[in-house]
Design a protein around this ligand. Sequence first.
Ligand code: WT7
Length: 657
Amino acid sequence: MTDKTRPTSNGTVESLLTEQRVFRPLPRVIADSAVNPADLKLAHEKADTNRLAYWEEAAERLQWYRRWNTVLDESSAPFYKWFEGARCNIVHNALDRHITSPNRNKLALIWEGEPGNTRRLTYFELYREVNKCANALRELGVAKGDRVVIYLPSLPETVISMLAAAKIGAIHSVVFAGFSAHALAERIEDAKPKIIITVDAFYRNGRVLALKPLVDEALEQAEHSVEHTIVVHRTHVTVSMNPEKDLWWHDVMREKSYEAITESMEATDPLFMLYTSGTTDKPKGVVHSHGGYMVGVHHTFTQVFDNHATDIFWCTADVGWITGHSYVVYGPLMAGTTTFIYEGHPLYPEAGRVWSVVERWGISVLYTVPTLIRMLMRFGEKYTQQHDLSTLRLLGTVGEPISPDAWVWFHKNVGKGRCPLLDTWWQTETGMIMISPYPISVLKPGSVARPLPAVDVDIVDDTGTSVPTGKGGYLVIKNPWPAMITTLFNDDETYKEMYWSRFAGQYCSGDIARRDEDGYIWVQGRADDVIMIAGHRIGTAEFEAALATHPLVAECAVIGIPNAIRGEVAKAFVVLKEQTDTLYFMDEESETEQQLIEHVRAELGSIAVVGAVDIRDALPRNRSGKIMRRLLRAETTGSEIGDTSTLEEDPFWATTD
Ligand code: WT7
């Protein structure tokens, strides 16, 4: 086995183009797996013959209040209606049905706070907490279709409030606790929630971060007022409480009944929305349904992670992202698995925290992001050797391309060469894993392997024609799938335009990929103006809008640049306003740069990392006066990345230039 990778500062894409290593499944993995290679082949054949029958069978493994009339109603495409006519509630499958099964007294949720305190809830206990919270929300006037914004880090209450909202038919919208007051205000204005659920403060990297004040600030900014803010009491930080509107979680939960009726929903009714960045300056609310999402997430969770009854599943994503929704909360709970969540920073109090968690709780499946692997790799093998990682049986990654080097490090030092490592591709919009190996698949480091059965993926050129093997192109999905986005909140037009207009009738993912001679897919990155920072999407337009609000900024352009740990960060090219009152000296430049970096962080939140600021006298423009980001990119990162010669334009950098 030769190592053909050429590591660079962030050599992910270059090394993906030359990687040739292959890892075959161990006989023991095949013996232990519910799906063996012959089963998988059969599943593909079945799905190819009758895609809808395949999904119908998946739906039959769950409980419904009323059966569907049709599996898929395509009459108003691209507003696809999965399981049209059916009635259900995802919480019935995630909780209610376990209470009468042997899962009743099994652990549903294990939580560890950053300081080391823990909480464990059995299915029965979680069910009761959710019912109490559902009753509390109902008493506060929340009804079917109302929105509930949840601005919390990964706490048990985050899971409880999501499930409680869904149980009563309300639409939850979790806002990642790393977002700023401004970002929260934007989301509140769009979602118009009746209630916000938050926390006084939480622990992160040894610090106590207050969250409630940010809610107050956001509500002052937003042109929408909520009826109540419910505050979880996590720390001893004193926060101001408005006696008319603000309520403590423990007060609203007190003396509530342990029983609550689960609302019967249409399969197509919205379950939640989650804001995600696109090419516009405002994030969009991706809407997911009860029925289709439930089927897609349950099926992929049980299949891809080859769910074992004894598993303790740790997905390191924050509950506030789609990965947290699908594979921390809904997937594991529907499957009756024990899901683990951690509040804090993965390197606190030292670089062995992740491995110590694996050892102490006996984690068996670890699903994480390449950024975390790159962070932990820096510390070498010392920490992975210090801890007993023998309970692990399966590893997974998601969110950004993983370089073969990081893949091999994780596979060798964490999986000890015996745990399959699955690189899974999907998006907020797809709701579920779309392309991924199975534990029994042949693995190629850096490749997401083949599409799952019944997932119809193609790689096409500008005209929508399939590109030849080995050539790069746009990754599209040619047929609908159950957990798909149903629309953008209050914006059907943009939904059609953004995803379905580029290639008629096909879903455009916005990614660039190629397929090798074995049909394995290698994802190269985004084709649009989206920067992937530590696996999180932020549009360059969002950065530009944030910078533009700084009093010193006359104009600006933002591009993504490679970063060794985060994958990508932003680089801002800025033209400053002429200073009338103070003279601007060159030696003040670094101070200004720092100010701008801080300003963006305050505007967008801590995930919005600006790695470099370049102050210019002018920005390059084309004849019609548009800023040419393409030129800025070319000068920053050099030539085209990857073979995308089938595309007329360089798609990796394709922009609105
Ligand atoms: C974008 C979606 C749902 C997962 C969390 C991110 C990138 C996702 C992979 C992968 C290479 C990947 C794509 C995609 N991405 N998984 N395995 N390999 N790139 O969800 O915020 O909606 O971002 O993440 O670029 O379009 P998201």
